[in-house]
Design a protein around this ligand. Structure first.
Ligand code: UD1
Ligand code: CA
Length: 450
């Protein structure tokens, strides 16, 4: 969209979260709330984007120099209100004569189309500003939009200031505004802080416009799209909304979700065509599943690429840094971390494979453990192509098992195994003929077996 700039407000205290973590850094679908807002803004291709942060976000690494993707940060040292927060962007926007869209970082579900619609509403009405309104089931503490008889916006009244008849108004303020850039800063200058909270409310802007004989327009959005997140219950409600969107998008993209409501995805999850995901699967950040792969129930994945036609789970855990090759199998109660499992390799049962390479077609027996940590350092295990690791083997890293080698069940392997060799490292089996029968007759006078 041409001629727009975005200002994202993220400097509030977020006290209602009761958290040591700044509110807008709480994740939704594995991505901090503020990043969702910035991503939505980015998809409008604004000419400028300004992120207003407080000291907490600055301490978390956001800052004038650290801002990513062409976003400029400004610091609001004290949270004196939403109008005061927008005013901090003045040095970066004073000369901007397009539409300035203000979005709150705690309202992460607003879609770019809705922002574009808001800008259209302002332009069509030649209004000083357009405000996004919505009708929530529970108007709670939202500001109320008070319309004039001609349908334009007369003023916004904050919940804290509203009388009973104003609170009865069901049209609420979503907090998102598009403002004519040429008029923005003079309007902000006219906003005072004589109100219940002693803050400079951005929501006073429509009344200032009306007092000067101007008009403000209203565009409406769906409640689920503009819900603000102030506390943990609202965070959970927003998570449900975003998960539903991700699930729908995954299915539209050609993945089968057998029970969508129980599959948890991340904002960056990439699923290929004909991927099947069973019930109760959780997918954390950084996961890509290629075409035809299957994730069976109760598996947990993060930071992993699962290649074509691989089968994962049920009950598998794939941890960051892993790459599961085409057609490979990772079965029940198997944990894989920071490991490359190559094409058609099998780790079917009850194993821990960490900091390892598993060659193509290798077979890892039940109960195999890579002992990758000695209490001080992590070390690697390399298992060659086509190797066979017998059940209940401990591979004490650093160690290499060559291609085609066989390791006997129950081994503790501390030295490298050559290609095509058989290695067995366990107590040797001894047999004493008749010893069990002798023992029985000693302990049971009649000598029977049962
Ligand atoms: C605000 C609106 C309210 C609206 C609701 C929608 C105002 C005064 N009120 O209320 O009408 O219905 O959002 O969700 O705008 N922030 C700053 N600096 C500040 C204060 C806030 O950057 O000094 C940021 C916060 O980080 C947050 C956003 O602005 O992202 C909104 O602030 P918040 O305190 O959550 O406002 P609400 O009480 O929810
Ligand atoms: Ca809020």
């Amino acid at each position: 969209m041409s001629g727009v700039a975005c200002v994202v407000l993220a400097a509030g205290k977020g006290t209602r979260m009761r958290s040591a973590v700044p509110k807008v850094l709480h994740p939704l679908a594995g991505r901090p709330m503020v990043e969702h807002v910035l991503a939505n803004a980015r998809s409008l291709s604004p000419e400028r984007t300004v992120l207003v942060i407080g000291p907490e976000l600055e301490a978390a690494g956001f800052g004038p120099d650290g801002a990513a993707g062409g976003v400029r940060c400004v610091v609001q040292a004290e949270p004196l209100g939403t109008a005061h927060a927008v005013a901090q962007a003045r040095p970066l926007l004073e000369d901007f004569d397009g539409d300035v869209i203000v979005v709150y970082a705690d309202t992460p579900l607003v879609r770019a189309e809705t922002l574009a619609r808001l800008v259209e509403a302002r332009r069509d009405g030649e209004a000083a500003a357009a405000v996004l309104g919505f009708r929530p089931e529970d108007p709670a503490e939202y500001g109320r939009l008070i319309l004039a008889s001609d349908g334009t916006l007369a003023r916004i009244v904050e919940h804290a200031e509203a009388g009973a008849d104003e609170r009865a108004v069901t049209l609420c303020n979503a907090g998102t505004m598009a403002i004519d850039g040429r008029r923005l800063f003079p309007l902000l200058d006219a906003i005072g802080n004589e109100n219940a909270k002693g803050e400079y409310y951005l929501t006073d802007l429509p009344a200032v416009v009306a007092a000067a004989g101007g008009v403000c327009a209203v565009a409406e959005a769906l409640a689920e799209e503009v819900m603000g997140i102030n506390d943990r219950a609202q965070l959970a409600a927003a998570e449900r909304v975003i998960q539903d969107r991700l699930r729908r998008a995954a299915m539209e993209g050609g993945a089968t979700l057998i029970d969508p409501a129980t599959v948890w995805l991340s904002a960056d999850t990439r699923l290929g065509a004909d991927v099947t995901i069973g019930p109760n699967v959780a997918i954390g950040p950084g996961v890509a599943v290629d075409d035809g792969a299957e994730i069976r129930p109760f598996s947990h994945l993060e930071g992993v690429r699962v290649r074509r036609n691989a089968v994962i789970g049920p009950f598998a855990r794939l941890r960051p840094g892993s790459d599961i090759g085409e057609g490979a199998r990772v079965g029940n109660f198997v944990e894989v971390k920071n490991s490359a499992v190559e094409q058609d390799a099998k780790i079917n049962h009850l194993s821990y494979v960490g900091d390892a390479g598993v060659g193509a077609g290798a077979n890892i027996g039940a109960g195999t453990i890579t002992c990758n940590y000695d209490g001080y350092r992590k070390s690697r295990t390399e298992i060659g192509e086509g190797a066979f690791i017998g059940s209940n083997t401990a591979l004490v890293a650093p160690v290499t098992v060559g291609p085609g080698a066989v390791v006997g069940a129950g081994s503790v392997i501390t030295e490298d195994v050559e290609a095509d060799a058989i290695a067995v490292a366990r107590g040797e089996q001894r047999q004493r003929e008749g010893a069990a029968a002798r023992r029985r007759s000693r302990l049971r006078p009649d000598g029977t077996r049962d």
